[in-house]
Ligand binder design. Structure first.
Ligand SMILES: Nc1ncnc2c1ncn2[C@@H]1O[C@H](COP(=O)(O)OP(=O)(O)OP(=O)(O)O)[C@@H](O)[C@H]1O
Length: 339
């Protein structure tokens, strides 16, 4: 079976800016795939090329085996796209907007009304359907966007930052809905710069940085590649440095410990990288106890996707966002993207 989405060596530049330098990824049918990266990494441009809204300079794009470059109309039939910002006509009701959308998709006339009723119920929008969309909250608007993207029952739903600006309740509602879609066999491709969101939601992830895919795999695989778990240890609330150094030497001798750093800014607590074993904490505590040292607090955590990003690029996702924020002309981009 052809993958739901296949992108190979995609390139797209805007004048001097190489928005997408080299993006290749494959999304299997029925999975939630997360495209993760800081603002300006090239996620939206990749999606716009995939959805045939922007023409790539080079590369191959296929949707369910159909070339999006050679047969854009056919490819579009397989796709539903929910953009980052949707300009809703505020005076139309939710139902009217969906009717308009159905006409744009050329849905057969007799199926339009029942399909709209079905999708409104699916997204819990029944009681809002005949109210003007201008009165909707952010969460309701997003649900209406989702309804519009799903109206023609696409195999692949593509969402650009689906939860940006939503409160936590609406975010969780969107996540649950996407999981529900997956269980019904729809393939979901989302972009996000929320690490936890992608971690919790996506079966597989590609991390994109400056237009290039720098890592891809399941969230677990990616974290395993970074190495061991992180352990934070406090011997006392505030330890004298000599004691922290004594503990450092002691712990470095344990086979499961890969690295120990004394964090002077945090009361001489210790940051350890350890082999990902379930008994790591007990082994560490036993070693301390045998040396007559107490344990005030100890916690073990797996590396996060941010550690994966940091490992690949040498900077955190947040630092990358801050660096990108100053260098964009968002007004000009918006204008061009509306064309
Ligand atoms: N229409 C455009 N004209 C000029 N430059 C653009 C345009 N669209 C995007 N860019 C530039 O291309 C690069 C990638 O932008 P893109 O929007 O694809 O990133 P992104 O990862 O989706 O970030 P965001 O989520 O903030 O949109 C950025 O440097 C951006 O400034």
């Amino acid at each position: 079976m052809a993958p739901a989405v296949l992108i190979e060596q995609l390139q797209k530049r805007y004048g001097a800016i190489e928005a997408v330098k080299d993006v290749s990824l494959q999304v299997e049918s029925g999975e939630i795939f997360g495209l993760l990266g800081p603002n300006g990494a090239g996620k939206t441009t990749t999606l716009r090329c995939l959805c045939t809204l922007t023409e790539p300079d080079s590369g191959r794009i296929e949707v369910s085996g159909v070339s999006a470059i050679e047969h854009p109309r056919l490819a579009r039939q397989h796709l539903g796209y929910v953009a980052q910002e949707v300009a809703l006509d505020k005076v139309l009701t939710g139902r009217e907007l969906l009717e308009l959308q159905a006409a744009l998709y050329h849905l057969p006339r007799q199926t339009i009304k029942p399909r709209i009723v079905e999708i409104l119920t699916l997204l819990g929008l029944d009681e809002w359907a005949d109210k003007k969309s201008g009165t909707y909250s952010g969460g309701l608007k997003k649900r209406l966007d989702l309804a519009a993207g799903l109206l023609h029952q696409p195999d692949v739903l593509i969402l650009d930052e689906p939860t940006v600006g939503l409160d936590i309740e609406s975010r969780v509602a969107v996540w649950n809905f996407l999981r529900e879609l997956r269980s019904q066999g729809t393939t979901v491709l989302i972009t996000s710069h929320y690490l936890e969101e992608v971690d919790a939601l996506a079966d597989r992830v590609a991390i994109i940085d400056r237009g290039i895919v720098i890592a891809a795999g399941t969230p677990s695989e990616l974290k395993d590649q970074v190495g061991g778990d992180r352990v934070t240890l406090r011997i006392r609330e505030f330890s004298p440095v000599e004691e922290a150094e004594q503990a450092k030497v002691l712990l470095e001798a344990l086979p499961l410990v890969q690295e120990v750093i004394i964090n002077r800014a945090q009361g001489n607590s210790l940051n350890l990288v350890v082999a990902p074993q379930s008994e790591a904490l007990i082994t560490i505590q036993n070693a301390l106890q045998q040396a007559g040292l107490p344990t005030f607090g100890i916690a073990q955590a797996r590396p996060s996707l941010d550690d994966v990003y940091l490992n690949a690029t040498g900077r955190t996702l947040l630092d990358a966002e801050i660096a990108a924020a100053g260098s964009r002309d968002l007004k000009a981009e918006k204008k061009q993207n509306m064309r």
